[in-house]
Design a protein around this ligand. Sequence first.
Ligand code: SF4
Length: 146
Amino acid sequence: MKVLISACLMGENVRYDGGHNRIYHDRLKELDLVFCCPEVDGGLPTPRIPSEIYHDRVMNQEEKDNSKYFEKGASIALSLVKEYDIKVAIMKAKSPSCGNEMIYDGTFTKTLKKGEGITASLLRKEGVKVFNEYQLEEAFACIFDK
Ligand code: SF4
């Protein structure tokens, strides 16, 4: 079974600051992973000015509305999910694209609030079970218990 994963979690330098968030877990090697980075796929450069969701728009720190890039990236992630019949995604926590439970509140003050990133939300609504890197055991249970 293929699993969608945020590319930055696998060491790709696609974060807004040009870095990554590589995670390590033996069981990741057992998965057939499909990488995606919705922000880059949606057309944003790396590095890029960070964005946060504010009143349902994705604004960067210079107050530019980047929503269309985030929406395009989400739709590309959804295409991958449909193409490969993906049921589970492991996505980077707190991201305005990939975050599945908490996101920054749009004030660029490192303040978190309950909410989802644009891609995580779309995938969940389409029936994908979305986990973050702190929920790997839950993700593995969901993947391997099927
Ligand atoms: Fe990582 Fe997702 Fe941000 Fe890309 S959009 S850098 S995959 S958290």
